[in-house]
Design a protein around this ligand. Sequence first.
Ligand code: A2P
Length: 307
Amino acid sequence: MATPVPYFSLNNGLKIPAIGMGCWMGDVGGGPAVEEMCANALKNGYRHLDTVRNEEHVGKAVRESGIPRNEIFVTTKLWNDCHHKVKEAFEQSLNNLGLDYIDLYLMHWPMAQIDGPEEHPTIVDTWKEMEKLLETGKVKSIGVSNFGIKPLKRLLSQCKVVPVTNQVESHPCLPYLELKNLCEDNGILITAYSPLGQSNRVFLADPDMIKIAESHQVTPAQVAMSWAVQRGTVAIPKSANLERMRQNISLVTLSDKEMDLVTSLHKKPGMHRSLLAYHHDGGVVFGWTYKQLDWPMDKGGFVIDQE
Ligand code: A2P
C-alpha cells in the first residue's frame, strides 16, 4: 500500500515535502512544457517544485494553480556566474518567478565563475551575501548544492547560518554515505537531484531492484523514491509523464533488508558512479576538475572507492 509523501523538518524549523518535482527538461528555459509539467504536478499532489533556469514557467504554474502560496515549496538557485551580485541575482529570480518570496535559495555550485575558474568571490563571501537575504523576508531558507566534503566543512567553519540542505546528485549508484553522515551531523538535509539517473537509469534494471519492486507491486523507480525518502533524503525526480509523476510520489515502506540491498547496490562492479552527462572530456564538470569540486570521482564520474 502506498504511503503519503512525508514532510521533513529543516534546521530552521520549516517543513519541506520529501518529494518535489525536478524541473530540468534538458535545456535552459524549457518553455511551456515546464509550465504544463508543473501544473500537472500540482494537480496530482506535488507541493514542492525545484526550478532549473526556468523560473518564469514554474512561477506561472504556481500562480495559476489556485493553491495557496504557503502550501507550495519553491526552490531556486544562484548560478555560478552571479556570485559577485547575489542580491541582484536573487531579485531577478524573484521577479522571474512573479512570487512574493522564495522558500529555498541555493548556491548552485561551490565555485564562482566570473572570468574563469579562479575562485572569486570565495564561497564564504557568497554565503555571507546569501545570509543577508534572509533579513529581507523574501527568502525563507538558504542552502547549497553540489558541495563535496571539503567545501562544506569550510563553509560550516565560517557561516552564521547553517545551510538547510546540500542538493547533490544521488540515487542507488551514488548514495554519498560519508557526505550524508557529515550533513546529518550538522543538521543539513541531503536533497537528491536526478534521483532516477536522468537518461541513464541503469539501477532500475538491477535484479535486486526488480525483485523488491515486484514484491511490493510497484516499479523499480518507486523503490528508488521510497529508499531515498526512507533514508532521510529529499528527492526531486523529474517526470513530464502523468503516470510516472504519480508513481514517483506513491511510496512504499521497505524492510530493513530491502533498504540494505538498495544501499549496497553501488558496491556491484561498475555501479558506483554519477549517471549524468555533465562529465565532459572524461573528467571535467562545467570547466571544473573533480579536485576543484572535491568530488570523489575519476574520469566519467566513477567514484574512487576508498575501501
Ligand atoms: P519522463 O519525463 O518521460 O517521465 P531524473 O529525475 O533522475 O533526472 O530522471 C528523469 C528521467 O527519468 C526523465 O527522462 C523521465 O522521463 C524519467 N522518469 C521519471 N519518472 C520515471 C519513472 N517512474 N520510471 C521510469 N522513468 C522515469
